[in-house]
Design a protein around this ligand. Structure first.
Ligand SMILES: Cc1ncc(C[n+]2csc(CCOP(=O)(O)OP(=O)(O)O)c2C)c(N)n1
Ligand code: SF4
Length: 307
């Protein structure tokens, strides 16, 4: 007798690559982003997950997606992904995608050496950075991606640089200096833009990275508001959407409404007491640099040196 998948309790794979059953906090803004990323990446993909909240997006007890998932550590995760892409290439398996998935703590800080290494070697890996602006899986400590002025659980009053003297790292600028094929920012609140960027990234052979700011409930907003918070991050100019090809060609992909920053910060407890003038100045400077670089003229027939 042959049992059906329903009788066996097996959920058949559908068009959905990521089909739910995650163990993230209710209202987590990263889950929708991950679902969109997996959909855009498509089947036949290997995900190397550096230690982060993503451990709960793929609970070990049951299958929530149709791709292979490898949980790994900060120091080795990016190099493992590179090794996997080389192993596939040696076997002539060109139709498979290798993704390294990291939090901001992994990419901006603890794994930055490994990330720089695979960027320098132009490893054929897609890196997804889930930037929830802190070490959130361990309760919300400060990372190199935490905006200045925010008091996290690890902020030491006596050792903390004053907000005016500190700034968050600009990961894309660090990687642009490596002259890698493709870099982009994206947001779960802009699904078409996100989809296009992941698909475009995968047209390049070599290193590519998509940096997403995702809303985390540790920021202190109502759990139903994650996508609105993510959208306001973009529409206030706090998280610009753009791409960089070959480390030099900048293109702004969404012109924000430049809504007042307070519309974004006012929904979150973490910004209470933070000097918004400083944050606003940071955003304005970033936009000034972006517009300057995006306005640069390129010869029409300039061949793509990478890719
Ligand atoms: C070398 C090392 N230090 C600390 C930890 C403990 N740890 C596990 S997850 C995590 C937080 C990760 O933060 P981030 O990379 O920003 O991802 P998020 O949890 O915010 O998604 C930490 C500190 C670890 N696994 N390895
Ligand atoms: S701590 Fe934040 S990023 Fe992590 S699962 Fe919860 S809401 Fe998502």
């Amino acid at each position: 007798m042959q049992l059906t998948t329903t009788e066996l309790g097996v959920r058949p794979f559908s068009k959905e690559r990521y089909f739910g059953g995650h163990g993230a906090c209710p209202g987590c803004g990263a889950v929708s982003m991950l679902r969109q990323v997996m959909q855009a990446v498509g089947p036949r993909a290997y995900y190397f997950i550096l230690a982060s909240c993503a451990g709960s997006y793929f609970p070990g007890e049951f299958t929530v997606c149709d791709s292979s998932i490898v949980f790994t550590v900060y120091a080795a995760g990016f190099a493992q992904a590179e090794g996997m892409s080389q192993a596939l290439e040696l076997r002539g398996r060109t139709g498979e995608t290798v993704v390294a998935y990291s939090g901001d703590g992994g990419a901006f800080d603890i794994g930055l050496g490994g990330l720089s290494g695979i960027a320098e070697r132009n490893a054929n890996v897609l890196v997804i950075v889930n930037d929830n602006q802190g070490y959130q899986n361990t309760g919300g400590q400060q990372s190199g991606g935490t905006p200045r002025g925010i008091i996290t659980k690890s902020t030491q009053p006596f050792h903390q640089a004053p907000p005016a003297a500190r700034n968050r790292k600009d990961l894309l600028e660090i990687l642009a200096a490596h002259r890698v094929p493709y870099l982009a920012t994206a947001s779960a609140a802009f699904p078409r833009d996100l989809d296009q960027k992941v698909k475009k990234a995968l047209t390049y052979r070599g290193f590519k990275l998509v940096h997403l700011v995702t809303a985390c409930v540790n920021w202190g907003f109502e759990s139903r508001l994650a996508i609105r918070v993510a959208r306001l991050a973009v529409e206030t100019g706090f998280h610009p959407l753009y791409e960089i090809e070959g480390g030099r060609r900048y293109r702004i992909t969404h012109e924000p409404a430049f809504a007042p920053l307070e519309e974004f910060t006012g929904l979150q407890r973490r910004f209470q007491g933070v000097d918004l003038a400083l944050l606003g100045r940071d955003a304005a400077e970033r936009w000034e640099d972006l517009r300057y670089k995006a306005a640069r003229e390129w010869p029409a027939a300039e061949p793509s040196s990478l890719g």
